[in-house]
Design a protein around this ligand. Structure first.
Ligand code: PLP
Length: 370
């Protein structure tokens, strides 16, 4: 019997389950003997439109430089973000996806004995980055599937270093109102860092919605993270960023790997930011696809959680796992979220009209066949 290596890991790591991603198309094709072209994947909140044409062109142009290390400071992307959103370069931190930003925060500010507050049913990466560095995760019960910010503020103790808030939240699609957020920030001591994860913010099409960028100057302990993985369509390239007080950005920069964002990602992100036609089309397709799925659920007599993201959690009113399996046999991949404490829901990413239609038809067949 060899050494029990698990017992050598940090206690928090021993208790973690690995992140379970959406099933890859190729994997389902292998398992069920299906043609990859006949499979649709609505499981990872990816942009169904494919990458922005301007991003593809920028990647082509950047290819001959692959022999070189990327710009470790990401100057061109920071400059493009600065032009777009008006923040000075020292306030910007670039990440290998915004998950990297979440991990940098954990590595820089957490240690055993410190606490992190986040909501029940919130993004799975929060407990992972917290427990990976030996800190204690404090999960606050949700209210109607969304964040209960009052309860989260009440959960803060002298040991709290970070609070993670996802707005809109994944996998529920729930959101936070502006006034609610302001009341929360007023209740949080300035020594507690508040991370507002806005991975889906580009999809929010409500006039007075909470926008973390509006509060950056006002709350020095606020960090807003965003990504190019969703509305900007670059999930595979891994690029995200944070806006914060320059001193917080400086701290993150100290623990960051020198070349954490690769050169193709940098070039594509700059181009995507400029491709406003693509972003507008992504938003429009999402709005229409969301309406299509809601209408389909209505016709099937299913409830769902209202969502401001590019996905929707549908309530099957009983265990969702067999329905998930039935959909796989139909060549449709969605996301079971029992691991998020939601065993009766499936999370479905908004696809192209044809994909949404095929999913709804497959769902009707699976539900009928049971
Ligand atoms: C998808 C997602 C992210 C972004 O992940 P990347 O690492 O940028 O691809 C961050 N937060 C939430 C809540 C997400 O759902």
């Amino acid at each position: 019997m060899s050494c029990d290596f698990l017992s050598l890991a940090l206690p928090g790591v021993q208790e973690l389950s690995p992140y379970v991603p959406g099933k890859p198309v190729e994997e389902l094709a292998r398992e069920f003997g299906l043609e990859p072209a006949d499979i649709i994947k609505l499981a990872s909140n990816e942009n169904p439109l494919g990458p922005a044409p301007m991003a593809l062109k920028a990647i082509q142009e950047a290819l001959p430089e692959l022999t070189r290390y990327p710009d470790g400071n990401g100057f061109a992307l920071k400059q493009a973000l600065s032009r777009r959103f008006g923040f000075d370069l020292p306030m910007i931190t670039l990440g290998n996806g915004s998950n990297d930003i979440l991990e940098l925060l954990a590595r820089a500010f957490l240690a055993p004995g410190t606490e992190v507050v986040f909501s029940q049913h919130a993004f799975a990466v929060y407990p992972i980055v917290t427990q990976a560095v030996g800190a204690t995760a404090i999960e606050v019960p949700a209210r109607e599937w969304g964040h209960d910010l009052e309860a989260m503020a009440a959960a803060i103790t002298p040991a709290t270093r970070l609070v993670f808030i996802a707005n809109p939240n994944n996998p529920t699609g729930t959101w936070i109102e502006r006034a609610e957020f302001e009341a929360f920030m007023a209740a949080v001591p300035e020594r507690v860092l508040v991370v507002l994860d806005e991975a889906y913010t580009e999809y929010v099409n409500v006039a007075d919605a909470l926008n973390g960028f509006d509060f950056i100057g006002r709350y020095p302990n606020l960090i807003v993270s965003r990504t190019f993985s969703k509305a900007y369509g670059l999930a595979a390239l891994r690029v995200g960023y944070a806006i914060s007080d320059p001193q917080i950005a400086d701290v993150l920069n100290r623990v960051r790997q020198p070349f954490n964002v690769n050169s193709l990602a940098l070039a594509a992100a700059v181009a995507s930011l400029e491709d406003t036609t693509y972003l507008a089309e992504s938003r429009r397709a999402n709005r229409e696809g969301m309406a299509q799925l809601e209408q389909g659920f209505r016709e099937l007599g299913l409830a769902w959680i209202a969502s401001r993201g590019n996905f929707i959690a549908v309530d099957l009113g009983r265990e969702a796992a067999p329905v998930y399996q039935g959909l796989l046999r139909e060549g449709v991949i969605v996301r079971p979220i029992a691991g998020y404490g939601m065993p009766n829901h499936l999370r479905v990413s908004i696809g192209l009209p044809q994909e949404n239609k095929r999913f709804l038809e497959a769902l009707a067949r699976v539900l009928q066949g049971e």
